[in-house]
Design a protein around this ligand. Structure first.
Ligand SMILES: [Zn+2]
Ligand SMILES: [Zn+2]
Length: 330
């Protein structure tokens, strides 16, 4: 099969011809139909994440069809369309797994990081961590739901119930979660790179009541803000934008250092916290909710062998919505 392989951080991905993987116990073999490109993949390629299993096939927003099942795997019939997210395996026994926080599992393995991912024509996955894909989404439109959607959803939940919601970085996750927020009766304030009028227009089209640069203050104090951009300087900026009791959620896996800031902007019971990974419950809730909103995904498709171009475009802010690799007929 063809796959895009990361040999070492700092190098471009390499198109490789690899043997088709065999499904192990409890695993399904998937013919990959589409795999969205996540900002985490940029951090992986740049060497900003510790201890990747190299060489690794990236990609953790996989939509595929089941073509075979390993020993003991009976959950999905052949032909079933399933999604594979970032959380690929957990131990089930650590204190986090036993308290509904498998996203924090000490021994967790992640797709496209410790486990081979979806920048390939085939992949294997533990069936317990796969999700059925809701009807009504094409493969390419479903793929961004599997990380941008799921992580965005988890971030939205921990942001609390406030109605005035700021989103810093209006990329793949924000464009999905702003639709959920609107559906819940919230008002979305979108912050883009300063001067990115195209991004601000995109946010308004998706229902943001206000859009501006990340160096702007919103016209009224926010109840919560979610930071999707990997820029530590946005933490004090967002703290200045939220009112008393406001919550600032950092939703990315990597962020540049946070500059020091005066205690006064944290005072008033403002909270800064991160969101890490996802639980299977997050996925089940979000994938049940998405078609009812309905969440519509804006995608920019690329062929598998153009994965490096997709990563470059994402890094440079040239993607409206989500970049998605689409696999041709094998
Ligand atoms: Zn991701
Ligand atoms: Zn665990």
């Amino acid at each position: 099969m063809r796959a895009m392989l990361l040999d070492a951080p700092g190098r471009p991905l390499r198109l490789a011809e690899l043997p088709r993987p065999e499904p192990g116990p409890g695993q399904v073999l998937l013919r990959v139909r589409a795999c969205a490109v996540c900002r985490t993949d940029l951090h992986l390629v740049a060497g900003e994440l510790p201890d990747p299993a190299l060489p690794i096939i990236p990609g953790h927003e996989i939509v595929g069809t089941v073509v075979a099942a390993g020993p003991g795997a009976t959950r999905f019939a052949p032909g079933t369309r399933v999604g594979v997210p970032w959380l690929g395996w957990t131990c089930g026994t650590c204190r986090f797994c036993r308290s509904g926080r498998e996203n924090l599992c000490d021994a967790a393995r992640f797709t496209g990081y410790q486990l081979h991912g979806g920048y390939a024509e085939y992949t294997v996955a533990d069936e317990r961590y796969c999700f059925p894909i809701p009807e009504g989404y094409s493969d390419v439109h479903a793929a961004p739901l599997l990380c941008a959607g799921l992580i965005g959803y988890r971030a939205l939940r921990v942001a609390g119930e406030g109605t005035r919601l700021g989103l810093y970085g209006f990329g793949a996750a924000a464009h999905l979660i702003s639709q959920v927020a609107r559906h819940e009766g919230r008002r979305v304030f979108a912050f883009t790179r300063p001067g990115d009028t195209t991004g601000q227009q995109f946010a308004r089209e998706l229902g943001a009541v206000w859009a501006g640069g990340s160096d702007d203050l919103p016209p009224e104090p926010l109840d919560a803000a979610i930071i999707f951009a990997p820029v530590g300087a946005l933490v004090p900026a967002a703290l200045r934008a939220v009112g008393k009791g406001g919550v600032v959620v950092c939703a990315g896996i990597h962020m540049s250092d946070i500059p020091s800031f005066p205690y006064a902007i944290l005072w008033g019971e403002r909270v800064v916290r991160s969101v890490a990974n996802l639980t299977r419950q997050d996925g089940e809730e979000f994938l049940a909710l998405a078609p009812t909103v309905p969440v519509r995904t804006t995608v920019q498709p690329y062929p598998l062998e153009a994965a490096n171009a997709a990563l470059d475009d994402l890094r440079a802010g040239r993607v409206a919505g989500a970049a998605v690799l689409v696999m041709g007929e094998a």
